[in-house]
Design a protein around this ligand. Sequence first.
Ligand code: F0G
Length: 509
Amino acid sequence: MSHAPQSLRPPRTAGVDLAPAVCRAVQRCIDPRCGAEYPIADTLVSCRVCGELLDVAYTWPVSFGKSFEFMAGRGLPSAPLAADRSGVWKFRELLPFFGGVQNIVTIGEGRTILQRADLLAAHLGFEPGRLHLQYEGMNPSGSFKDNGMAAACTHARMVGATVCACASTGNTSAAMAIYASHCGIKAVILIGDGKIAYGKLSQALDYGALTLQVAGDFDACLAKVRLIAEKVPSAGVYLMNSVNPFRLEGQKTVMYRVLEGLQFEVPDWIVVPGGNLGNCSAFGKAFMELLSLGIVNKVPRLAVINAAGASTLDRMYNGLGVRWNGGRYFGDGGKQRVESEYARMDAHNERAGTIASAIEINRPVNLAKALRALEVMRGDGADAGEGVVRSVDDDTIRHYKALVGKYGFGCEPASGASVAGAHMLRQEGLIKPGQTVACVLTGHSLKDPDVTVGYHTGLDTKSNKQPLPTTKPPGEFANPPVKVADDLEAILKAMGVETRGLDLKSIGG
Ligand code: F0G
């Protein structure tokens, strides 16, 4: 089944227009046996023919340049065009579904940095200049989700959506709520009761979203909201979860910015936490397209890091050996193995549980796309293989999150998993000390202060009205506050300042 594609004319930009004349853009089923295509203007969360996920697929003209030159001059705060100031839309020729710059939604997302992390590198046994942190917590709502939401909201506005909805472990809802309020679209959020960090909940409430605390977990919320979007047309819901292929278009730009931060040198490794697996899927698509356009001639190797308490991908990939196999996954028994593993999990009532609530997910909806990304992002040269998947337990997550904080960035627990994973792979010898690694820090540390305060003080942060404990908690980098009297001498002493010989009275102490 095939529908007439919609031709999109890429926008003229403020500077020299190096964009292609016309780019064909469609939505296409990812199962190569199906490959059904739908116009960009359709609102879909799965293929109408076979129910699989959709990609936004482009046919760039042969005249498209083999470099990132098209975005030269963009990205400056002084750029007159808002799209040029966005870290997503400055790459718009690589996500040309939007029809014209007038359609673009932006609140200044993606102005994030690839930070060279030499102190952390030294601590973890990497050579100087090799370990980098892509700090997506610097986005307007404090997580990488803003990249995707800018793209999905652009599409939502193009199709005239008036209500958007998502299930979330917190960050998707915060991002959706801020964009929806910016666009004047009603936002409805489904969150698992007690499953969301307060920093994120506070955002959804503050941005005016209708927030439904469902007596279930993320997977239950996603199943319900998907059902509403697909089967209850009268609800008029535009779904903003990462089954929405336009979300992932925006998230591709995280990889473009990593390349930009490395002066367009391709790193050896990309390490990213895995939850619903939208982010790693978007990264894989970014590199598939860059390769096919000839903008890069090699790809990094992908490492997806699960929380041990939510390690579905790890089990599927390493335990059951499920692979994309050039798309044969759907017909070679791979998908059936996934389905029977889900049935086994249900039969044993196995539910995800981790301190990294952002990635507390049983059934990652983008599993197939993630397998594709793990196949595509296989590295280069003698060290090439296939992407790798690992799991890290909660204590490890806490420890590496604290390390990221100690060396000056800070991140939320799920993001700590990427650095933990990078170190694990370094210790396994898979990552070599001289290889260039970019760990994606997906969310800001202020998203989940309870975990941070709990680590540094030993406080049970579920009831944060208690006085702080006085004993030092066990974490190696625990840095509890020191209690001190309202007294100058006591304060100076606590600071390690010698007070003998000081006339504290004369200075008002
Ligand atoms: N890190 C953070 C901070 C997240 O919020 C998420 C996902 C991930 C990593 C995993 O990314 O799902 O693309 O594999 N959070 C979603 C949410 C599920 O609802 O906010 P993924």
